[in-house]
Design a protein around this ligand. Structure first.
Ligand code: AMP
Length: 459
């Protein structure tokens, strides 16, 4: 048996079977280094990024300790953003499928208190949320943590950057001293060490190699005038022709402006920013990850915790203030053993930011002499896919097979021209090759899915 097999861990067979069903065959490096200690009950301070499998690294251990018959909150995960909290809660639910009646709730700011109070009242075994809102619930008495077994600080450096230190301390003060504390952070500033010293007992230190070493992500930076960024990005896209690129801006306004400028030269980009509602965000992410758009413009808040593994290029239209954020950003590419490219634009005023990034990475980002120029004759290939949106989803009990069936019935389309199918509560999305999207649209409109006719439109 190899050392990265989950079967080496002291876990019930049902837990292992569930992992196999999820397609987790071997442990990721962070999992093989952490899980033996986590399962022993040790405290842990781990350096790991989103995409490393860190959720399972703490989740599997947290679930093992759970007593389903007790309705007290036994596991708590603190996350910097709602997006990450939702993602962590979803992953924990998948990991918990072998256990009956485990309730996992996500409690974050920016959403109404009422329903959160309701779901906490019904007894949650695990709570995942953002520190500010969790403090509100503690103060109101709607959240009680006196029976907590496992506390996780996820993306701790980011939570501190966002000013959550006092909230985190206030939360920890209400938990038992006997708890197990697992701290995950991409970077180790002094404050993290201080938090660890204050709240952890002889933690085991685990660090996995940053996923993006020189071999998986190539990094280049170009000097650029503030007012010239859209043109610079156009020229870089012409030069590198990525299949899928995430372009980061520091503000929502900058994202919107860049989107408008790109559109004026025929480059279609999706925009993702922090205060879009969940349905819009889902729709944007579905269209990007199914290949209907090549470019996604995002702010950091919006992109936290995003998990799209087909991104072959990250572009920093603006350099972030915090070098750790640069590391997070470029980690969206070069995943799962693929090659990635990270391009950055820097203005004269940004030079020191680039230096701080070099220092943090202990290797310099390659400075390029001057930007390529836009070739007005050269058109960039549009995205290969288009998304059709069907006005029916999980509530109508639609499944991917139903939609595939409706598209490929006798005389219909070839299954090879159909891409990802995503089903949400009320809508379904199917990606089809752009060249046959009109035919696919007509076929779905005229035919039936699961014996019913649905409204269908092309996004
Ligand atoms: P995370 O870093 O926790 O956000 O996980 C990144 C992705 O990797 C998630 O989509 C997980 O479902 C997936 N994942 C986690 N552990 C494994 C594993 N051992 N094998 C395959 N996929 C995994």
């Amino acid at each position: 048996m190899n050392t990265t097999s989950f079967a080496n861990l002291k876990l019930p067979e049902t837990a292992i079977a569930n992992l196999t069903q999820l397609g987790y065959e071997t442990m990721t490096p962070i999992q093989s280094q952490s899980l033996p200690y986590v399962l022993e009950g040790r405290d842990l301070i781990a350096q790991a990024q989103t995409g490393s499998g860190k959720t399972a690294a703490f989740g599997i251990g947290m679930l093992e300790k759970l007593n389903p018959r007790s309705f007290a909150v036994q596991g708590l995960v603190l996350c910097p953003t709602r997006e990450l909290a939702t993602q962590v809660a979803n992953e924990l639910r998948r990991l918990a499928r072998y256990l009956d009646n485990i309730k996992i709730v996500s409690i974050s700011g920016g959403q109404p208190m009422g329903p959160q109070i309701g779901s906490l009242e019904h007894g949650a075994h695990i709570v995942v949320g953002t520190p500010g809102r969790l403090c509100d619930h503690l103060r109101k008495g709607t959240l009680v943590l006196d029976r907590l077994n496992t506390l996780v600080l996820d993306e701790a450096d980011r939570m501190l950057d966002m000013g959550f230190e006092d909230d985190i301390s206030a939360i920890i003060a209400t938990t038992p001293d006997t708890r197990q504390t697992l701290l995950f952070s991409a970077t180790y500033p002094e404050l993290i060490e201080a938090i660890s010293a204050r709240y952890q007992r002889e933690p085991v230190r685990v660090s996995v190699e940053a996923q993006h070493d020189d071999t998986s992500i190539q990094q280049f930076a170009w000097p650029c005038e503030v007012g010239n960024k859209a043109e610079a990005i156009h020229a870089l896209l012409q030069k590198y022709q990525p299949d899928a690129a995430v372009i980061f801006c520091n503000t929502r306004q900058a994202c919107n402006d860049l989107a408008t400028e790109m559109k004026s030269v025929g480059l279609r980009a999706l925009v993702l920013h922090g205060d879009m509602d969940q349905l819009d965000r889902d729709q944007v992410l579905i269209q990007f990850s199914n290949g209907s758009f090549r470019y996604l413009l995002a702010t950091d808040v919006a992109a936290r915790g995003l998990d799209i593994d087909t991104v072959d290029m990250v572009i920093n239209a603006d350099l972030p203030q915090d070098p750790a954020i640069y590391t997070h950003r470029i980690g969206r590419t070069g995943r799962a053993g693929r090659q990635g490219i990270a391009l950055s634009l820097y203005t004269e005023k940004d030079s020191f930011r680039l230096q701080r990034i070099d220092e943090l990475q202990r290797q310099p980002v390659k400075r390029m002499p001057s930007l390529p120029t836009v070739n007005p004759q050269k058109e960039l290939a549009p995205a290969t896919m288009a998304t059709l949106c069907i006005a029916g989803g999980r509530k109508e009990k639609l499944r991917p097979g139903d939609i595939l069936g409706a598209l490929t019935v006798a005389g219909g389309l070839d299954a090879t021209s159909i891409g990802k199918i995503n089903i949400t509560n009320f809508k379904s999305f199917v990606a089809v090759e752009r060249s046959i999207s009109t035919q696919a649209l007509e076929q779905l409109r005229e035919g039936k899915i699961k014996g019913r006719q649905f409204k269908v439109r092309r996004l």
